[in-house]
Design a protein around this ligand. Structure first.
Ligand code: ZN
Ligand code: ZN
Length: 417
């Protein structure tokens, strides 16, 4: 056993962030082949939201294999919360990784392509889980150097639970994932194809938009197509409504405020020569600001109900708030930015603009200071640059080691500063 003086100097050597990064680099290089195997296993067996049974089993197996004793399962259906206690007391920090895949057919090509028809890890959540597992391994093996507690949250149903079901970040929070102990900050990353593997992206404030869904059911009156004056044509009314909805963005919301309104589906009509009695419109609203979000909701109700009433039809308007805007804690981002720059190099860390996509990590970010950052995954020289949520999505797997190094460094630095 080393004497006190040797231990102290060893500790001191480790405490220098430069030395610790080198140590972690070596550890990550050592575990990388195993991480790639885990990622490929997860990729090969993707599961849809709230159906992550095999995925959860795989994560649990790995956490138990590492020897982590404090594991809670079945959180928000198939979620897992694992807690790593450092040797010394300190603050509490959280890491979140999402688990679900998308209803997309993966094209053949990769030796570890999805074996489940119609389901694919096309949002990179297999990478996120692998990074979290790699981070868990590094932190657990270095727990004698850790001052504080790390909570790893493996979250199901990020893409949204199936109709009629609850799930995702909101339910994890409701089931106490952030309680006892409560993290003071939480980190998460997401695969981001516009950046190359080796790069990281950040945003100090609003990073992603809200995501809401509206469903407008217009009820007219059926008639023979030759005698439309005897009915109320739901298709004509719906057409007016679609055009009217465009004026919310162009004429009613402050031009300085980002907002998107998209009508995604129009369903109605029975036959070419029958006046349609019913049309259902569905669409989405995206905004960075809660006030704009509420204004848009109110405008949809007002414009649509007035237009429909004027036409003689009736309507039912359903507006569902799915995910709030994702707002990073600017003080936390500012504090952790030097860490990201140290890990991958100053020029490899880029600030990027907020995006109109949504992410249910936003619920965690509403509860505690959060930092959601982007993991570069592309390799354009090698032709790997497909976008997320498409069958072409593919990553350069060197991004996994980068993710583990970044996440581990964030945890150590957060707990020590
Ligand atoms: Zn996604
Ligand atoms: Zn995603």
């Amino acid at each position: 056993m080393p004497d006190a003086e040797t231990r102290t100097s060893a500790q001191r050597r480790f405490d220098s962030s430069w030395a610790r990064d080198r140590f972690i680099d070596a550890l990550v290089t050592q575990i990388e082949p195993r991480l790639l195997a885990i990622r490929r296993e997860l990729h090969q067996h993707p599961e849809l939201s709230n159906r992550e049974v095999r995925t959860a089993r795989c994560i649990l197996y790995r956490l138990q294999e590492l020897g982590i004793p404090d594991i809670r399962t079945n959180v928000a259906h198939h979620g897992i919360v694992a807690t790593i206690h450092g040797a010394r007391p300190g603050r509490v920090v959280g890491i979140r990784a999402d688990m679900d895949a998308l209803p997309i057919d993966e094209p053949p090509g990769l030796p570890f392509a999805s074996t489940t028809p119609g389901v694919m890890h096309a949002c990179g959540h297999d990478v996120h889980m692998t990074v979290a597992l790699g981070t868990a391994e590094v932190l657990y093996r270095l727990r004698q150097h850790l001052a504080g507690t790390v909570k790893l949250l493996f979250q199901p149903a990020e893409e949204g639970p199936p109709p009629g079901e609850e799930g995702g970040a909101k339910q994890m929070i409701a089931e106490g994932a952030l309680d006892a102990p409560r993290p003071e900050a939480i980190f998460a990353l997401h695969c981001y194809p516009p950046l190359e593997a080796g790069q990281l992206g950040y945003n100090p404030g609003v990073m992603m938009s809200s995501c809401d869904r509206f469903t407008i059911t217009i009820q007219g009156k059926m008639a023979h197509g030759a005698y439309p004056h005897r009915g109320v044509d739901a298709i004509v009314v719906a057409s007016t409504v679609v055009m009217l909805l465009q004026t919310i963005r162009s004429r009613m919301i402050d031009a300085q405020q980002p907002m998107v309104l998209t009508v995604g589906t129009v369903q109605g009509g029975r036959r070419y020569n029958i006046v349609a009695d019913e049309v259902v419109l569905q669409g989405t609203v995206r905004a960075f600001d809660e006030k704009v979000r509420s204004e848009t909701e109110a405008l949809i109700h007002r414009l649509v109900s007035n237009a429909v009433a004027g036409s003689g039809a009736t309507c039912d308007i359903r507006y569902e708030r799915l995910v709030p805007p994702l707002v990073n804690d600017s003080a936390l981002v500012e504090r952790m930015l030097p860490t990201l720059r140290r890990v991958v190099g100053r020029k490899q860390v880029v600030e990027h603009a907020p995006r109109m996509g949504a992410e249910d990590f936003a619920y965690f970010a509403r509860e505690i200071p959060a930092m959601f950052y982007s993991l570069g995954v592309s390799n354009r020289a090698a032709g790997l640059d497909g976008d997320i949520h498409t069958p072409q999505f593919v990553v350069d797997e060197t991004c996994i080691g980068v993710g583990v190094r970044a996440m581990t460094a964030l945890v150590f630095d957060f707990l020590e500063t």
